[in-house]
Design a protein. Structure first.
Length: 209
């Protein structure tokens, strides 16, 4: 992923905004007040998306100037034990121009927690920051398989999802305006995942250089 994704996204937003405004003007005399309100709400949402994309692009440019975190520094974040659960495996690498670390904590044969951290610094890593836009859309979907929605989380926004078939909980968000974090728990619930997250001490990411 790179910043080439963001440019088309902004372009789509701008085209959509212009299109919606045009459609609003054309339908002034034929739509009901409710229809007008609905169209205006859509225009406002699209405008918000465009603003989010612009802010993300600006931050990406700043992140490009920052060197990616070292493997040792990223490794230091993954505790040997969190919430009484020992780390069963971990890996860190910086072989493609960005740093990524992952650790798995197995409570038993069925319950496990996995945390993955992408450093959004550097030319390549900055592209991951575009994922931040997903957490800002205030979206919510649900079906028989589970749900996904945007929530307030530790002073920021996060994408929360749950899959029924394996009781999989996940949270995705940006931490310290730099790291894209994905947390997954299998055969568990969000209360237990929250306890695990709290013990991981996410604020430590602000001290990783």
């Amino acid at each position: 992923m790179n910043n080439k994704i963001i440019v088309p996204f902004i372009g789509i937003c701008i085209v959509a905004i212009i299109s919606c405004k045009s459609n609003t003007n054309k339908s002034t005399d034929t739509t009901s007040n409710n229809d007008k309100t609905s169209v205006l709400d859509k225009v406002e949402n699209i405008s918000k998306m465009g603003k989010i994309a612009e802010e993300a692009t600006a931050r990406m440019e700043e992140l490009k100037k920052i060197p990616p975190v070292s493997n040792d520094a990223l490794k230091s974040f993954f505790k040997e034990e969190s919430s009484g659960i020992k780390r069963s495996s971990f890996s860190v690498q910086n072989s493609m121009g960005y740093s990524i670390g992952e650790a798995t904590y197995k409570k038993n044969d069925s319950v496990e927690y996995k945390i993955t951290i992408y450093d959004c610094a550097g030319e390549m890593g900055s592209g991951f920051y575009s994922l931040m836009a997903m957490t800002k859309l205030n979206m919510e979907t649900e079906d028989e398989n589970g749900y996904e929605k945007t929530i307030d989380f530790m002073g920021t926004k996060a994408l929360k999802s749950y899959k029924n078939y394996d009781q999989q909980c996940s949270l995705s968000f940006v931490s310290a305006e730099r790291f894209w974090v994905q947390l997954n728990g299998t055969h568990t619930n969000f209360d237990d995942l929250q306890v695990f997250i709290d013990d991981m001490e996410l604020p430590k990411l602000t001290r990783i250089k």
